[in-house]
Design a protein around this ligand. Sequence first.
Ligand SMILES: Cc1cc2nc3c(=O)[nH]c(=O)nc-3n(C[C@H](O)[C@H](O)[C@H](O)COP(=O)(O)OP(=O)(O)OC[C@H]3O[C@@H](n4cnc5c(N)ncnc54)[C@H](O)[C@@H]3O)c2cc1C
Length: 380
Amino acid sequence: MDFRFTEDQVLLRRSVREFAETEIRPHVREWDETQHFPTELLPKLAALGLLGIQFPEEYGGAALSGIDYCICIEELARVDPAVALSVAAHNGLCSSHIAMFGTEAQKRKYLVPLARGEKIGAWGLTESTSGSDAAGMRTTAARAGACWVLNGSKTFTTHGRVGDTFVVMAVTDRSAGRKGISAFIVEKGTAGMTAGKKEDKLGMRASDTSEVLFENCRIPADQLLGPEGEGFVHTMQVLDAGRIGIAALAVGLAQGAYEAALAYARERKAFGRTISQFQAIQWKLADNATRIEAARLMTYRAAYLKDRGQRTTLESAMAKLYASEIAVRAADDCVQIHGGYGFVKDYPAEKFFRDVKLTTIGEGTSEIQRLVIARQLLSR
Ligand SMILES: Cc1cc2nc3c(=O)[nH]c(=O)nc-3n(C[C@H](O)[C@H](O)[C@H](O)COP(=O)(O)OP(=O)(O)OC[C@H]3O[C@@H](n4cnc5c(N)ncnc54)[C@H](O)[C@@H]3O)c2cc1C
């Protein structure tokens, strides 16, 4: 085992951190308050390779490893979890699904512009009546000659309004259950696909989230992604990898909250001394720093195994579960250490507190992670 970062990884962390500090931090509050999706940031993210982090250079990507990916997501989330969520959804869901299961022609046509950051990706699995129970989806795709015709709607789609390339799961054979679900690539502007309601969210407000509606949306047959009936199985594999990204996001968010709390504790005075001198505050800081380090190691281990081509269903779910739950505690303690100032928008604490809740919900709730972990343990 070698726990050291390579020189390249140290440099990568430094450059993403500097980027986040200069290009993102000054706008965090405004983007959050106005629910502004920062399209102006996209060319800068693309220039750093952050919109195609793990994809091979031949498909327009930066060809970085899974651990490098975690470093990038962490550093973005440390400053603005909403930007990190958008980057993670673009890379880890839509683009990844095409990279993992697309044909050569689909990768050339769709993955290259996604990885270069010329197009933004969205991934539609969840529906209003099926989130955790994703296989209970109602959206259908019916074959009609040389086309597929999609009908239904998706809920909570990250980039539902701003996305260019959508990967959408739909039922192609109701009688086949999970084996009757297929994945499709749909391009923005296709007749019959429209963006629905934009969600007014508790947190992650700069990340665009909306409904996507399909009404007799006709797409060419070659936009079926992967074999017919394999969409659900592929989705689970996409989520195994995607959850490592959400774990990294939670680690970065927790790190940001911890650092904000530490800085405040060093400055704020009560009873004639800084509050950092009270043991009650020190223990909060110590516990959070310890939990963050543990979550980071679990996340990197899952990424390491994925880089070696191993199945990581168990490790990804454990990392996502643990990292998201310790991040909730870090954000809570951050508010508590700030006292009344943790409750107002002049300090970053309240935004971390709002943003963090997504990490225990998105890409599978904590309850679903426990279910996945238990199934893995019981099947061995
Ligand atoms: C900001 C944001 C961005 C998102 N982005 C995307 C996206 O890009 N693409 C996409 O497809 N989806 C996206 N989602 C959807 C997200 O993945 C779902 O919200 C999540 O999977 C939970 O589904 P649900 O909301 O329907 O909750 P439900 O499934 O209705 O769950 C409600 C509660 O019941 C619990 N529960 C459900 N089943 C069980 C069980 N078997 N055992 C124990 N407890 C259970 C859950 O854990 C939860 O506590 C996003 C959501 C948000 C909030």
